[in-house]
Design a protein around this ligand. Structure first.
Ligand code: FE
Length: 184
């Protein structure tokens, strides 16, 4: 099986139909996030990161582990411009809680609940260290689409809509060594 087929299988599987405390299923949530990134004109690796950010949940990882575990798994097929925002999207929530007044008030009840399991808001020192990471900007972008992608009134595109975009990003490929923030 190709990487795309393996990932498509997760989106089609029972894990994607879990709600995880939100108003949409995890599969709908991820496809909404990918569509929001696409609508915002994000470069392909960032659209992929938004689409795949919760792949750790599809693979039954815990709240605290799903970012890094998902990124590590995706790293067999995709480069850091895709995997780093996935790895850091939970840290980006903790960062935004520290760095942006009012951000916490925008979060869903479930997202506030899991924040405690994920370490709570960053300290000022942690936030400064996070902001200095090369992929911090992209991780924050994914995080904002993540937070928005919970609308039960929205019908997102099917996984197949994104297949060609993902296919073009597979390693080894012209984008495989691209760092975050390139292509815009
Ligand atoms: Fe999410």
């Amino acid at each position: 099986m190709t990487g795309i087929e393996v990932i498509a299988g997760l989106f089609a599987g029972p894990g994607a139909r879990d709600y995880l405390g939100e108003a949409v299923t995890i599969g709908e949530h991820m496809r909404q996030a990918g569509a929001l990134a696409e609508a915002a004109g994000a470069p392909a690796p960032l659209v992929a990161a938004a689409l795949l950010h919760d792949v750790g949940h599809l693979r039954q990882e815990t709240d605290a582990r799903h970012g890094p575990a998902g990124a590590q798994w995706l790293g067999q097929w995709f480069g850091p411009a895709v995997t780093e925002p996935v790895r850091l999207h939970v840290a980006a929530k903790r960062y935004l809680c520290a760095a942006e007044p009012g951000y916490l008030g925008l979060l869903s009840a479930e997202s506030v609940r899991t924040l405690a399991l994920q370490g709570g808001p960053m300290t000022p020192e942690q936030a400064a260290a996070f902001a200095a990471l090369p992929c911090a900007h992209d991780a924050v972008a994914v995080r904002r689409w993540d937070d928005e992608a919970k609308d039960p009134a929205v019908t997102p595109p099917e996984f197949g809509h994104f297949e060609a975009l993902l296919q073009a990003l597979l390693k080894p490929g012209p984008l495989s060594s691209e760092a975050c923030g390139t292509g815009r």
